[in-house]
Design a protein around this ligand. Sequence first.
Ligand code: SF4
Ligand code: FE2
Length: 641
Amino acid sequence: HNHTQRISLDHDFEVLYEKACEAGIETAFSRAKQTPVPCPFGSAGVCCRHCLEGPCRIGFNGKGPQEGICGANGDTIVARNLLTMMIEGAAGHAEHGRETALALLEASEGNSDYQIKGVEKLYQVAAGLGIETNGKAVEDIGKQVALKALEDFQKQAGAMNWLTLHAQQQSIDKWDELGITPVNVHLEISKAVTRTSMGCDADPVNLLLGCLTMGLVDGFGGLHLSSDLQDILFGVPKLVKSNFRLGVIKKEMVNIAVHGHVPLLSEKIVEWSRKLSEEAKAAGAAGINVVGICCSGNEVLMRHGIPAASSFSSQELVIVTGMLEAMVVDVQCIMPGIQKVAECYHTEIITTLPYVNIAGSTHVDFHTDKADKAAQDIVRKAIANFPKREHQKITSFTGTVEAYAGFSNEQIIEALSALNKEDPLKPLLDAIASGAIRGVAAIVGCTNVREFQDWGNVTVAKELLKNNVLVVATGCSAHSLAKHNLMNMQGLEYCGESLRGVLKAIGQAVGLESLPPTLHMGSCVDNSRPADLLTAVANRLGVEVKDLPAVGSCPETHSPKALVIGTYFLANGVDVHVGVNPQVSGSQFVTDVLCNGAKDDGLNLEKLFGGKLIYEKDPVKAAAILLRRIEEKRLALGLSS
Ligand code: SF4
Ligand code: FE2
């Protein structure tokens, strides 16, 4: 592929990119071309701007300054910058968790537009937290669970409740011994910001341990807490069939894109787009069509089968179709660039959170006690924009790709139960033990404007499928896989024969032709789901998660959030591949700790936890490394070769 000419494996976006270029509309893809080479110092992680004496930077190959003005050396600067990225990623997910906890509290107290829909999940989580449920009303239990969640932002001693709820005891012991177990989300984030500030932590080992704490904050206070509480509020996702690619945007409909991450808003937009369809008809449209972008898209896909229009990197190009009446955003991964693109069309960008505004866009304040009102306002704004379309500016697409989604662990277990009611995990374990399935891989993370969109995600997936690895996916990577037939039956041709056999056996037990080649497990916070699946398998086998032939891969990441999710998996001993420069190459020490196998007596991820960071740009080579790691772990477990 000619990466300088082409931007995406999805041809529709190339059509729109060309259209945008011809019309002089700037997008992230064209802006990326204006700085073809990122700053080498920042790329290596050796640029420090933690104080007003600096910015300082470390020269390469021992030439030029080897310390900042304060005496911080390259190892400290690199480790500190890495921790700064971790904090940013974890804070976003933790804020997501906190907002969801408050939403559950308000729903339980009755002063909210939301109700508890996932009652079964509520009982399950309550039991896990040791909350007495006998004879109590659902709202009572909901309130207790919400308060336990909020404790994870307040308590001053012990371990986070959500960590104790989900982690294996062996892992907790290890984390305690290293002193990295988080006490509460805010305390740890505040501590980490302090330790990275000028004149504090200057020990690269200690700073890297701080990164691991952030990984645990993210994994439990961000991912698990958010998924659990969202399942309680909105219900546990179940198998759904929907569509991907730009054909999901309908010319005759009022099109509303939901974009961002926290599903509180997008759930209500979906609800009111259905209730107000008559008003859209009165405005001359055939109805209202909601489409998803990024993880807001994944959330409403998983629970309502809403089709998906775009992953992260092409979000601006969706507007260039000329058919979007509104793009409603909440938080995270929203490019400021959407506003300027929207100004070239009739599209209205609507921000909804007081701390996420975009200059020039419309703001509709969104809160749980006024959610219905806000959603109605937003949907009506979109309807009002429909007659403003400029028909000569429209580019419509007809192609869509079918995709199955909704693979919560509950759904996976339900499917497996059809094969073995008493011991649902057994068919999966048998397949792994016999080698019919070599291992499990989670392909996660983003799409990145500097990468050829979808290529890395799809290539890693196809290589692993061919070699009989069970692949699950979340986030924008799931968009990539879905768009290229890896979530429908056509993609079964990419699977090795034995994997295909297992997928068919499980799928047919629940009335499908087969399970799809890759399983969509949800949004980025839903990386809690593959984590829980691994924990269940490990517990059932009486081993640790680190012992399992399981890997994570993040081929096209762009976000610090993906780095901190990866760190959570590393703290559990799972190998994590990134296909994009993690910006640590300026320190051989940091690189060794993260990426190289056990070498000496110092801190080493693989020695401490059982897995390591693998940085490999080439997706084919990356898959080969992951396959090798899977086989090594199989061997150590005594599984058939
Ligand atoms: Fe330079 Fe130290 Fe200030 Fe960083 S903290 S900018 S290395 S003086
Ligand atoms: Fe995401």
